[in-house]
Write a protein that binds this ligand. Structure first.
Ligand SMILES: [Zn+2]
Ligand SMILES: [Zn+2]
Length: 473
């Protein structure tokens, strides 16, 4: 094959990529054409979208930085206990605790209330078409975040098997492949984040002759969606026993000679003692992490629910129902169903790419994962990605007072009704320690889009850090 001719495989890959990139704009043009039949409706719909953008903008630019002063807000139970123990002697302190808690709750309820005109307005314009789109997004979206991710890949809480099965079926509707492949590949991302063995790192380690702009675009597209077509499958070959498959995998760990990582993560991939002597070499660490990863995916392979949902017929059946139901029951066009598919996929793609490039880094981790405010909102809380990489077993990714995490709200709601238990959550001390460390590293706590007025209050913040535990609420 000459280099100037694309292979069939490559053409297929580009076709799929092209579909996902151009589908939303094409869908948008179709919607635009329809909407222009009735310009009033189109104008109203656009106005509602602008309202939503304004809300998100205000959240990022003003409210989020304001809440950065409160790494943790105490629960009502804790506040009640505090009031009892102080017996009124520290009235000022308790008032402050109450104030921050009430402020935060009021903000969250207020933010939700302010988004309602958008949803009600769109419903008045598009009727049941908008309802089906929103339902598809919520079902498939939570299926990915809570189902595939927070219980499928990382067992961050416990729940009855039927609840888990429902969550995984919901995830199977998102058109992101069967749960078995998804969870295995995602485990690899956690084991080898930001190295040449990572599944979707925006860091490209190969020598390139491309210009820096093209290089960055290429790297972004790789972490966004191209990786999905390059990463080899982790499926167990037909007829191979689990033991054989496991020893086969163990023998195929990444080659230390070609293994690459970011220079700032050297301490993670090459451990030295105080005298500078290497106590754990890269080779040894790769082996240890690879064998842990193999244990995880062998566990996934032995999971009965995941195995059933991974059967091609079962998986395709769920897909057919999720695409067919809105068309048959709601009279929704295939384009509208595909718009939902694209939206949920784009949100997931943003977690893998955007949240590994832009955002805040309160926790120190051996990769470039970040907490991104926009991704938090569009991907139902998954944008708290730096927190997630700190401990993949935490059921809550938005652990700081200023973050949004609807997926954690869903898990806590399930727990409230007795359908989830043993939620793995960080302690308040861990959150505060991370907040203080971040404060020391980045005095203005800027991730991105930090307002200038935040710098003016920084001296007050420094005082808070040196203040005793009680002063930070
Ligand atoms: Zn990640
Ligand atoms: Zn994860």
């Amino acid at each position: 094959m000459s280099e100037t001719h694309m292979s069939a495989n490559r053409r297929f890959e580009l076709g799929i990529v092209g579909f996902f990139i151009f589908m939303p704009p094409i869908g948008g043009l179709v919607a635009l054409y329809q909407a222009l039949q009735d310009t009033t409706k189109f104008g109203q719909s656009l106005g509602l979208l602008a309202w939503l953008c304004l809300l998100v903008g205000a959240h990022i630019k003003f409210v989020r930085p304001f809440f950065r002063r409160y790494p943790v807000v105490r629960s009502y139970k804790e506040i009640a206990e505090k009031i009892r123990s102080y017996n009124g002697r520290h009235a000022k302190l308790t008032t402050n605790v109450w104030r921050s808690r009430i402020l935060r709750s009021a903000y969250r309820i207020g933010f939700f209330a302010l988004t309602l005109p958008f949803f009600v307005g769109q419903y008045m314009i598009y009727g049941h078409h908008f309802v089906w789109f929103t339902m598809g997004w919520i079902v498939a979206g939570f299926g990915i975040t809570v189902g595939y991710h927070r219980i499928g890949t990382h067992p961050s809480f416990k729940c009855p098997e039927w609840v888990r099965a429902i969550l995984l079926v919901m995830g199977s509707m998102a058109v992101q492949g069967p749960v078995s492949e998804w969870t295995k590949k995602h485990s690899k991302h956690h084991a080898f984040g930001e190295t040449s063995a990572d599944v979707h790192s925006p860091y490209v380690f190969e020598d390139s002759k491309r210009g820096i702009f093209i290089e960055q675009f290429y790297a972004f597209m790789h972490s966004f969606m191209m990786w999905a077509f390059r990463e080899p499958s982790l499926r167990r070959p037909k007829g191979m026993s689990i033991e054989d498959w496991k020893s086969d995998l163990l023998a195929n760990s990444p080659n230390p000679a070609t293994f690459k990582f970011r220079e700032e993560d050297r301490g993670h991939w090459e451990v030295k003692d105080k005298s500078g002597k290497i106590v754990a070499s890269t080779e040894k660490l790769i082996k240890a992490r690879w064998s842990r990863f193999v244990d995880v995916i062998v566990g996934i392979e032995q999971d009965k629910t995941i195995a059933i949902l991974g059967q091609p017929l079962v998986y395709l059946g769920i897909l057919a129902v999720s695409v067919g139901a809105p068309m048959v029951l709601g009279g929704i066009s295939i384009w509208e169903v595909l718009a939902r598919v694209c939206y949920v996929n784009w949100a997931t793609f943003c977690v893998n790419s955007v949240s590994h490039i832009w955002g805040e880094q309160p926790f120190q981790v051996p990769d470039n994962s970040r907490n991104n405010a926009v991704v938090e909102i569009i991907a139902l809380g998954e944008g708290g990605h730096n927190t997630h990489h700190k401990s993949e077993l935490w059921a809550q990714h938005g652990v700081f007072a200023w973050q949004f995490d609807p997926s954690a709200i869903l898990i806590k709601t399930l727990a409230f009704f007795g359908l989830a238990r043993e939620l793995n959550l960080p302690s308040r001390a861990q959150i505060k320690a991370a907040w203080r460390g971040w404060r020391r590293r980045e005095p203005t706590m800027q991730g991105y889009l930090a307002p200038t007025w935040e710098r003016e209050i920084s001296s007050a913040l420094v005082e808070q850090i040196s203040a005793p535990e009680e002063a930070i609420v």
